[in-house]
Write a protein that binds this ligand. Structure first.
Ligand SMILES: Cc1ncc(COP(=O)(O)O)c(C=O)c1O
Length: 391
């Protein structure tokens, strides 16, 4: 099908919820994508922080092809080795004792909220209040939307979950005023993605941990965007020396195949019994085989060190542009935000015209989240292109 037919058919047949760039992507290889006109793009958005190992990674492709040819789906009423293998890896390398697998980030958030509620109920307190934060993004399903900050996402679908309140991000005093004995869960992204690439301070996360202990609330870290190597550490919260009770993962876990995960302590896991939660497709053998390959590669200390190094190089390169249009460069590892003095959209379009894909996070912030396998040469090339767009 030619490009114009694809674009016309999308307009004719698909629900119009995505504002798309005028590009039909056909193929990917490593950090590059190729469109229907044969143009090559340096992909510094990786989906949206998804393709950690780049596109068409040979090991992921081989694992997926082999698994698909062997066993694609069975009900969760049976065991499969890839599912258990992935769970073992996640538990062995984290604070968690157990894992529940899902199909997406939002589904992981929904499960996390249910599990926190059930945990409270098992302790004889049916409390349900949730504290979330300004700038948060947790997904588009009803529960996830209820704890997502932006009114434009939430308001058209009200009424949402009762008992949710938002404290300003990184404001511990405000959080202290909102977290009470009626709080069931506190949900926070250690590095906010969609909200503009804001990193939680160590004092803030440590303070939330203490408040959750004090008020018997469960602390949920949403590492769907910032987790699994993106910050140069396996988990973003590792930088702060504290752990949550529940953590959600998704985006990069199977390098682009749909998957999510809820990691939790035994204490929380024990509150949810047989038949109280489930999902037909979640934890299927194909996605889990892909995720095993991703996890083994990303959890290698040398891989993580390279992410940290390239992230620093990227931030340094962007600062050294000395562009008057740049207000601030911030981020962690290969999740970088460039706050501009005006709208990000024209810069994104200019970069695309020069063969570089980046995305926004809010109106004025460029979000740069390349595959974690980028080399310093890729980083330098991206910085040079952005330099042209920001001059
Ligand atoms: C931090 C965070 N949480 C949750 C989600 C929702 O994930 P999904 O789009 O897979 O439902 C996202 C997606 O951007 C995210 O960045």
């Amino acid at each position: 099908m030619d490009k114009q037919t694809i674009i016309a058919d999308e307009a004719r047949y698909m629900m119009q919820t995505y504002r798309r760039a005028d590009v039909v992507l056909e193929r990917g290889e490593g950090v590059y994508l190729f469109d229907s006109d044969g143009r090559r793009y340096l992909d510094f958005m990786a989906g949206i922080a998804v393709a950690a190992l780049g596109h068409a990674d040979p090991a992921v492709t081989a694992a997926v092809a082999e698994q698909a040819a062997t066993l694609t789906h069975v009900s969760n009423l049976f065991y499969t080795a890839p599912q258990v293998g992935l769970a073992r890896r996640l538990v062995t390398h984290s604070f968690a004792d157990r894992v529940f697998l899902t199909n997406s980030g939002a589904e992981a958030i929904e499960g996390a909220l249910k599990f926190a509620r059930k945990w409270a109920r098992e302790r004889g307190v049916g409390k349900h209040e949730i504290v979330a934060f300004g700038g948060s993004f947790h997904g588009r399903t009803m529960g996830a939307l209820s704890i997502t900050y932006k009114a434009a996402y939430r308001d058209p679908f009200a009424p949402l979950l009762p008992g949710v309140c938002f404290a300003p991000f990184n404001d511990l005093d405000a959080a202290r005023a909102m977290i009470t004995d009626d709080t069931c869960a506190v949900v926070v992204e250690p590095v906010q993605g969609e909200g503009g690439i804001h990193t939680a301070t160590p004092e803030f996360l440590r303070g939330l941990r203490e408040l959750c202990n004090q008020h018997e609330a469960r602390l949920i870290f949403d590492e769907i965007q910032c987790g699994l190597g993106r910050t140069g550490r396996l988990w973003a919260h590792e930088a702060h020396g504290i752990t949550p009770d529940i953590m959600t993962l998704a985006k990069p876990l199977a390098n682009g195949l749909p998957i999510g995960a809820i990691l939790l302590t035994e204490d929380v896991a024990a509150a949810v019994g047989y038949g109280e939660h489930g999902s037909t497709f979640a934890g299927g053998p194909v996605v889990c085989r892909a995720a095993e390959v991703v996890f083994d590669r990303v959890s290698d200390p040398a891989f993580l060190a390279a992410v940290a190094e390239n992230g620093e190089r990227l931030q340094r390169g962007l600062r050294d542009l000395n562009s008057p249009r740049v207000v601030e460069v911030r981020g962690a590892g290969l999740l970088v935000g460039v706050e501009l003095d005006g709208p990000a959209a024209p810069v994104i379009a200019a970069a695309r015209a020069r063969g570089l894909l980046v995305i926004n996070a809010g109106e004025t912030i460029l979000r740069i989240a390349p595959p974690l396998i980028v080399t310093r040469e890729h980083v330098d090339e991206a910085v040079a292109i952005l330099g042209e767009c920001l001059s």
